[in-house]
Design a protein. Structure first.
Length: 364
């Protein structure tokens, strides 16, 4: 493996030259403000740049600094995050902003240790902020970096193993351009995102091809290696948009799942896919609709799926009109139907509101 004895990176010149020609023009690359870089890095976790860009612009426009984010209401922060998914990111952003407002008087900390101590920030994000904003010599290691380095050195150690994480972290820090760590880190990640692709990497026009062991072996697509594949389990959600004249019912989701603090319609989760007749026989349905006179059931629901790294959510939305409310609806928040859009909801519910409910409203 490579050992950097001279404190010079053997790949930095080619990478940085490539980066200056091919890099994407993105707003967070025009600033050294650690707050804005932090927001961009959190948004881009599990999110493509094309999707995250608009969210970044809207978020920064509403919350331009730590204090404005810290002082915001939780529901408003979640609403601005709606559609991005992985909502724990927004909750952690908000908590970290409030912490910085109190402990650092609304200023972003300037040491790696302090940045790493903020809620929701791991080693990668701390390294990105510290190198991009302060020029501190910390290597960023994301999926793109794993791929580039595993190919350059033909590394057979799985990237998701304890040994692999330690190996790649050490190698990335050995290769780091300590004179220009921020631009080097961005160049390496951008190179992986645009050039050293998971499928069909652009090896024939690669500035590093002469140094790449995987290319010399003709096995670039073999790397990186993983030891495990996540088991994806299905879940079955049945939502009920219950309508009484101009009223409906929602509640804030609790617990520690990814949708905590988001709003949703009454939900009955089943252990398998069921039609409405089957759902109506479940204890959950009978309890929810006790003493409720149903005027109309939408027999054919709106169906959608949400694929996560470890779950596939199979969701059905039923629109149900009633003539009176029952006592079990008292556990939910009664709101005007017209105000549903004011509440932060998960992407599944947002899809239903956009594709079904707006169509129903337009026909009234």
């Amino acid at each position: 493996m490579y050992e950097n004895k001279d404190n010079d990176s053997p790949i930095a010149p080619e990478l940085i030259q490539w980066y200056r020609i091919h890099k994407r023009d993105l707003p967070w690359r025009h600033t050294a403000d650690p707050y804005r870089i932090w927001i961009s890095e959190i948004i881009l976790q599990q999110t493509r740049v094309a999707q995250g860009l608009d969210y970044y612009i809207r978020f920064i426009s509403r919350f331009p600094d730590i204090v404005s984010l810290a002082e915001a209401d939780n529901d408003e922060v979640m609403k601005y995050w709606q559609g991005l998914g992985y909502y724990s990111r927004a909750r952690n952003l908000h908590a970290a902003a409030r912490f910085m407002a109190e402990k650092y008087a609304g200023r972003f900390p300037k040491t790696y240790k302090e940045v790493l101590g903020l809620k929701g920030i791991g080693e990668y994000t701390a390294a990105a902020i510290c190198s991009f904003s302060y020029g501190l010599p910390y290597a960023t290691v994301d999926g793109n970096v794993y791929r580039v380095l595993s190919r350059l050195f033909a590394i057979d150690t799985p990237i998701d193993s304890t040994q692999g994480k330690k190996l790649f972290s050490g190698l990335a820090n050995e290769l780091l351009d300590r004179k220009n760590p921020g631009e080097y880190n961005q160049a390496l990640m951008e190179f992986g995102a645009l050039h050293c692709l998971p499928r069909s990497p652009k090896c024939n026009e690669c500035p590093l091809s002469g140094k790449c062991l995987a290319y010399a072996e003709g096995q670039t697509e073999k790397y990186p290696l993983k030891q495990t594949k996540a088991i994806v389990k299905p879940r079955y959600f049945n939502y009920f948009h219950i309508i009484l004249e101009d009223k409906t019912w929602i509640h804030r989701r609790n617990g520690n799942d990814i949708w905590r603090n988001l709003y949703e319609f009454p939900l009955i989760e089943t252990d398998r896919e069921m039609n409405l007749d089957e759902i109506q026989k479940t204890p959950g349905y009978k309890e929810l609709f006790t003493d409720i006179n149903t005027l109309y059931n939408q027999i054919i629901p709106y169906v959608c799926r949400h694929v996560l790294s470890h779950r596939i959510i199979n969701a059905k939305f039923y629109t149900i009109y009633i003539s009176c409310s029952g006592e079990h609806l008292d556990a939910y928040k009664c709101i005007e139907n017209s105000s549903i859009g004011d509440y932060a909801v998960a992407r599944l519910t947002e899809s239903y509101l956009e594709k079904v409910w707006q169509d129903i409203l337009s026909k009234k």
